[in-house]
Design a protein around this ligand. Structure first.
Ligand code: PGA
Length: 241
């Protein structure tokens, strides 16, 4: 399976900073050992689309509503992302779930709508520290996958990003053993649901110095990278493992 290296820029980088980043990144990008995907903030999507024209670097939006247009103040349209040449929609990131109160039901609608437009949903799942300590990691991942994929079309692509909430932006990366165990579990759940073709990315404090150890683990098909993707050099170091 091809590897995917995805960058989640969250609420960082203006259009100008985005263009400057890509001027530098495009010179390095041919070294990447898999598909490279960027998720800039919505206001920098057009700068991303223009900067990446004529390259094989993919991009998408960090969140999009499950309708193409309408009275939905503050939301993003996946239809417009498609028109601009985007490929992916990031769905159910833990920050969307926690800060913006997104439910599994809403996430399921977004996954289905994204697929209906011919875009690829990248569905994020993962447990909190309390859930891990209570040994509920499997159950949490199972529920989030079962519900998040409940309206998804098995014949169309979906990418899964397993991101333990306690490892996101904390510098506390999951150990290779924890990653191996959970990715194997996530794969078995996907198999049961008929989505075993879906790549499973790991996310949570991935850095150039831990990426090589993590990519070797079973069922790790790439990474979703936050902080370390904001700098071209550190992201390409991760995308060349
Ligand atoms: P991080 O973020 O790499 O900064 O931990 C990952 C993410 O939120 O997708």
């Amino acid at each position: 399976m091809k590897k995917i290296f995805a960058a989640n820029w969250k609420l960082f980088k203006s259009p100008k900073e985005t263009r400057e980043f890509f001027t530098q990144f495009k010179e390095l990008s041919s070294k990447a050992t898999g598909e490279v995907v960027f998720f800039p903030s919505a206001i920098s999507l057009e700068a991303t689309s223009t900067s990446l024209q004529g390259t094989n670097i993919k991009w998408g939006v960090q969140n999009a509503y499950f309708q193409a247009q309408g009275a939905f103040t503050g939301e993003n349209s996946a239809q417009v992302v498609k028109e601009l040449g985007g490929t992916y929609v990031l769905i159910g990131h833990s920050e969307r779930r926690k800060i913006f109160g997104e439910s599994d039901a809403l996430i399921a609608d977004k996954v289905a709508f994204t697929q209906s437009l011919g875009l690829i949903p990248m569905l994020c799942i993962g447990e909190t520290l309390e859930e891990r300590e209570a040994k509920h990691t499997f159950r949490v991942c199972e529920t989030q996958l079962l519900q998040g994929l409940s309206k998804a079309d098995k014949s169309k692509p979906v990418v899964i990003a397993y991101e333990p909430v306690w490892a996101i932006g904390t510098g506390k990366v999951a150990t290779p053993e924890q990653v191996a165990e959970t990715h194997t579990d996530v794969f078995s759940i996907l198999q049961k649901l008929g989505f075993e073709q879906s790549p499973i990315l790991y996310g949570g404090s991935v850095k150039p110095d831990n990426a090589a150890g993590l990519i070797k683990q079973p069922h790790v098909n790439g990474f979703l990278v936050g902080g370390a993707s904001l700098e071209a050099k550190s992201f390409i170091d991760i995308a060349t493992v």
